[in-house]
Design a binder for this molecule. Structure first.
Ligand code: 6GU
Length: 242
């Protein structure tokens, strides 16, 4: 997968050298480039923002540098990337969207700051490529940079070969619309707290049932919205009893 990121703070992306994302880059699974939006300014002050039409607080990112950046990174003659614009007015980022993005050959992230990017940049880009404004949740960040780190981490771990144990993708929280059961490792007793007996029993049927029950109880307590969204046929008779 190819990923381009445009931001006025390229330094935010230093952590993408680390850990499994760094490894995915080193092996070529992820071809990532970070670009400074000010590359596409031409005045001495390298201005990227101006006051909003119609008034109001804050500043808006001017369209010209963004237009040139998108022309350079998504040239008309090449297959268009999918443009992602992190924003609190975007669609909610979910595991389902992470899977969808992991199947794209080329993602282009446009990080806005201040009160956002001039709307015409998105409207014009939409005439040439798929544009998706994405939000992490119902709160406001200073800008899109941290959101891109979150989205890229969720997407990169879904790319083939990135996770050592692909089975963990199937069992994890959100894979089946439920939160995962609690996990334990050795020692069996620690500071007076015991690992549940069933997990030490070696009875795989009982263990699977216990994990399913814990998963349902946890999800019902913490995320009743996820229980409400479950297709009824995904619950068996034992589940309903839980
Ligand atoms: Cl993606 N960007 C900004 N600026 N704020 C947010 C967000 C994104 N998601 C939640 N709040």
């Amino acid at each position: 997968m190819r990923v381009d990121i445009v931001s006025i703070f390229p330094e935010y992306f230093a952590p993408l050298e680390l850990s499994l994302i760094g490894k995915a880059r080193a092996t070529g699974t992820l071809r990532l480039a970070v670009h400074d939006l000010r590359t596409w300014t031409h005045d001495v002050h390298r201005t990227v923002d101006d006051t909003p039409y119609g008034g109001g607080p804050g500043m808006v990112m001017r369209p010209e540098p963004w237009g040139e950046a998108l022309d350079a990174l998504a040239p008309a003659e090449a297959p268009p990337p999918r443009l992602l614009v992190p924003s609190p007015v975007g669609v909610r980022f979910t595991q389902a969207l992470a899977h969808e993005l992991a199947a794209e050959p080329h993602l282009l992230f446009a990080c806005g700051r201040y009160e956002g990017i001039d709307q015409r940049v998105l409207d014009h880009a939409a005439t040439r490529m798929r544009v998706t404004e994405v939000s992490l949740g119902d709160y406001v960040l200073f800008g899109g940079e941290v959101a891109v780190l979150v989205i890229l981490e969720a997407v990169t771990r879904l790319l083939p070969g990135v996770l050592g144990n692909a089975g963990s993708l199937d069992e994890e929280s959100h894979a089946h619309g439920l939160l995962e059961a609690p996990m334990y490792t050795k020692p069996a007793t620690w500071r007076g707290h015991e690992v549940p007996e069933v997990l030490r029993s070696g009875d795989h049927g009982r263990i699977a049932r216990w994990r399913r029950d814990e998963s349902l109880l946890r999800t019902a307590a913490r995320r009743p919205d996820m229980i409400a969204a479950l297709p009824p046929e995904s619950l068996d008779k034992r589940d309903r009893a839980t």
